[in-house]
Ligand binder design. Sequence first.
Ligand code: UDP
Ligand code: MG
Length: 309
Amino acid sequence: MNLSIIIPLYNEEESIGELNKRLKEVLVKLKINYEILYIDDGSRDTSVKILRTLSAQDEHLRIIELKRNFGKSIALAVGFEQVLGDLVVTMDADLQDDPGEIPRLIEKINSGYDLISGWKYKRKDPFVKILSSKIFNFTVSLLSGLKIHDFNCGFKIYKQEVVKSIEVYGELHRFLPFLAYQQGFKVGELKVKHNTRQFGESKYGRSGLKRLSNYILDPINVVFLTKYQRKPAHFFGNVGLISFGIGLLISLYLTIIWFTGQAIGNRPLLFLGVLLMIIGIQLVSMGFLGELIVRKDISKDKDKYIKKQ
Ligand code: UDP
Ligand code: MG
């Protein structure tokens, strides 16, 4: 198998037929072995019915139906586990990504990359979405040190090895290029055409609280996971030692004062000092617990550190 296409979809009944037709036109011209994996993420419309009809007439199509709507990250993770192709393309089902760009993606990845991320250069989305996405991309690029413009683009191409070694869950699909980059894979980008959504509506027209976790907690989570996943004692240990140190200094200061004959029992500073020392000890021990947990799975997969030819 040379190429696998993964398409996560949720209620995209109007787009599927047209998308499949355009995809086939492009893939047939490429004259390669390919498979198209449609991952139905718990659609409630007729998407599954349409897909079943299509796949009954076409052996290149595979349909995977999820039990309920789990979100795009899980849909992609399921696809990543199932694919057989040496190269793996992911794209959205809503016709915003243009199948005509696939040959260019293949050409680019074959020029020496492990992952090429699409860059929706002229993005056809509502203004608010473009703006928040600009802020998101700027922050992630700054935090991660990976200089690409569009982390969240659904249109990407990967070598098989990459999709088999990254873990994506929650809302982490928006960080895929970074997750790969952290593992040492070579990540590049390519400007791709982007169309206005013709049918249905965006599944990500979301509000307040979700934004908070998407734009603040997720970046922190990702940086933490990738920088300290293999050495949790360093993160918890550093913060813990600082807290313990400050607490200790406060207590020493109060001890000296006590020896000079002053009462310290009613000083708020005493509570702060004790609190900081206890928190510090707890954080350091949490770090050690973390080390015990990661030690187990680090020893399992040393293969993924080695460069494949
Ligand atoms: N999608 C999905 N599960 C979800 C939400 C979205 O599989 O819970 C799919 C959706 O059907 C589409 C792709 O993910 O194929 C991108 O979603 P959408 O077009 O709504 O995002 P936008 O382009 O507005 O960022
Ligand atoms: Mg879309």
